[in-house]
Design a protein around this ligand. Structure first.
Ligand SMILES: [Zn+2]
Length: 258
């Protein structure tokens, strides 16, 4: 496909379902990196695809049965069953609406895997340029807010915070911090604990870094750690370098995490 303007919904949907061939998928990915409008549409399509797979759970049906049995209108009356069916329908609407809001709130994923994969293929590791290219939808964010959100220091070991951005999309809020030492960089993503980071192709394993119990994405080229506290979820990304131990750096950052 050739993309002249914005990407139409059918194409985004096919991309989300991984039905496109490689050249088309690359063209769509390239456009999504540059276009916030299409990236937002794509995000909402991904969200809907996830929600569609959620069937109404058993407790909703149990609630309806109980309500019908307890409802005085269930007794035979000259109105027959219609009033209780109306009650049941209303309960179903209220329950499913609430349930799907609850699911949407809980399950909207941040698709970090596809961006990390692009970063890994490129093999430069995180830096100010590819952080913009590979992570679409993030906007400039206030430095003090970013530091108070994360409870991080502006300097950690030899690394200084040089850039902070925020992604806000349909209830999803992720802060992205870039630290740089002049010769080396790392990124940290910070989100409310409920946000799911989708790592896609990466396999997560349990790990421990300097006493910090965490999850690590298996990747030969990058050090990728996920750490969850009572309030927040953190993902740390650093280009793997045998002479720079990322574990101690990650652990020092996370010790102050609330
Ligand atoms: Zn577009």
């Amino acid at each position: 496909v050739k993309i002249d303007n914005h990407i139409n919904r059918d194409l985004l949907l096919a991309h989300a379902r991984r039905q496109l061939n490689q050249p088309d998928a690359s063209a769509v990915s390239a456009h999504l990196r540059d276009c916030n409008a299409c990236a937002d549409d794509y995000g909402s399509i991904l969200l809907k695809l996830r929600i569609k797979r959620v069937a109404a759970p058993e407790w909703i049906w149990q609630g309806i049965r109980t309500a019908m049995e307890e409802s005085p209108q269930c007794r035979p009356s000259r109105f027959g069953l219609w009033p209780s069916l109306a009650v049941a329908a209303l309960i179903l609407v209220v329950c499913t609406t609430g349930y799907f809001r609850f699911r949407a709130d809980r399950t909207q994923p941040f698709d970090v895997g596809q961006y990390l994969y692009a970063l890994e293929v490129e093999s430069t590791g995180p830096n100010p340029v590819n952080m913009r290219v590979h992570f679409p939808g993030f906007l400039a964010y206030d430095r003090q807010s970013a530091l108070s959100d994360s409870q991080f220091q502006p300097q950690v070991q030899g690394y200084r915070l040089i850039e902070q951005r925020i992604l806000k999309s349909g209830g999803l809020q992720v802060v992205q911090l870039l630290y740089d030492s002049g010769s080396d960089s790392f990124i940290v993503f910070i989100a409310p604990r409920k946000v799911i980071f989708n790592f896609g192709l990466f396999k997560l394993v349990d790990d421990e870094a300097q006493g910090i119990t965490c999850r690590r994405a298996v990747c030969p080229r990058q050090d990728i750690y996920q750490f969850t506290t009572a309030k927040r979820k953190y993902v740390f990304v650093h280009k793997h370098n045998p002479s720079v131990g990322a574990g101690p750096l990650f652990a020092e950052l996370m010790r102050s995490a609330p």
